[in-house]
Design a protein around this ligand. Structure first.
Ligand code: FMN
Length: 323
């Protein structure tokens, strides 16, 4: 199975990607960068340039992503991005956030089929002319799973290089079970490669998915790799944590900024940290000790959330590691 690393705004920037690659070299076929909002006027920000620049992404296959609903803005921004040597742009048709959706962008654009078609027509004309592949990361609709067939039929009209499907509606955000039957319909109807994305949180989930879809070549994983880095063990979890921390300390000024990033990462890592400490009793059930350790971990995580300096953080993390 080939694995893509999902884009997560605010989390999977180049520091996180490089740390992941250092810990699990070669395990990710493509990393997707968090979205850049397309603009016909504005140049890329320094932060965006740093995230995309090849020297910050050595040995990594990175795909930049755009949030857009306007052909001119898409083209102008794609041009600026491709100047750094990229030849694939991913279009974000999945972002469920209210501020994005009300602007008819991300998953919000899915509710406007005519606007979406005109937009896709314009950007694929540009892509074909300029040798730029355009892949799509999409939800299955805004309100109803019934929207999906119409969307699939629309995507079929364009040379979509890859279709990454997060089979949820905009209104579902990240809740409830993914509509895997919609993903199956994409597999049977779509001519382009279809990639599954959603809720593959650990090795078991991936194994189950591979058993359910034995033909599937590629999946995209996001939160799962932040909860259980590399779907590996406790030692690798901490190695990843340390690599991210070292990266932020090198790249960011001020303890507050570094700690803000680390606390966000820990909100995912804590899942793996807690699972790793599960102790079994003699009968193979969960021991009372597990409950106690879990409570201690929860308490220590609370302490970490209160840390204000790197020194406090480092000390609190050292204690957390002992469980
Ligand atoms: C905090 C956060 C930020 C995200 N940022 C982006 C983004 O910039 N672009 C995008 O296409 N998807 C974004 N997503 C969605 C993820 O890429 C992915 O589709 C989603 O988390 C489901 O996959 P998972 O269950 O493997 O995590 C974000 C999700 C989260 C939770």
């Amino acid at each position: 199975m080939q694995i893509y690393f999902a884009p997560m705004e605010g989390i999977t920037g180049f520091v996180c990607r490089n740390a992941y690659e250092a810990c699990f070299p070669g395990s990710i076929r493509k990393y997707f960068a968090p979205f850049i909002t397309a603009s016909s006027r504005k140049a890329l920000s320094n932060k965006e340039i740093r995230d995309l620049s090849p020297e910050n992404n050595t040995g990594i296959h990175l795909v930049p992503q755009l949030l857009a609903n306007d052909v001119d803005a898409f083209v102008q921004t794609a041009e600026r991005i491709c100047a750094y040597g990229y030849d694939e742009i991913n279009l974000n048709l999945g972002c469920p956030s209210k501020t994005v959706v009300t602007k008819k962008k991300g998953a919000g654009l899915l509710a406007y089929p005519k606007l979406l078609e005109e937009f896709l027509d314009g950007i694929y004309t540009y892509g074909e002319k300029n040798g730029i592949c355009i892949s799509i990361k999409t939800r299955i609709g805004m309100y109803e799973p019934e929207e999906w067939d119409r969307l699939l039929a629309l995507y079929e009209k364009f040379p979509v290089s890859e279709l990454i499907v997060h089979p949820r509606l905009q209104t579902e955000y990240y809740e409830g079970k993914p509509h895997t039957e919609c993903f199956e319909r994409a597999l049977s109807k779509s001519c382009c490669p279809v990639i599954y994305n959603g809720d593959l949180f650990d090795k078991n989930a991936l194994t189950q998915f591979a058993a359910d879809f034995p033909q599937q070549e590629t999946v995209m994983i996001g939160r799962g790799f932040l909860m259980h880095p590399g779907f590996s063990d406790r030692q690798m979890l901490w190695r990843f944590h340390d690599a991210v921390y070292a990266g932020y300390c090198e790249q960011m000024q001020g303890d507050t900024n570094v700690l803000f990033k680390m606390k966000e990462l820990l909100s995912y890592l804590q899942v793996g940290i807690r699972e790793n400490c599960v102790r079994e009793d003699e009968a193979g059930g969960l021991s009372g000790e597990t409950d106690q350790v879990d409570r201690q971990i929860a308490k220590q995580l609370k302490e970490i959330r209160k840390c204000k300096t790197k020194r406090e953080y480092e000390r609190a993390i050292r204690m957390l590691r002992q469980f």
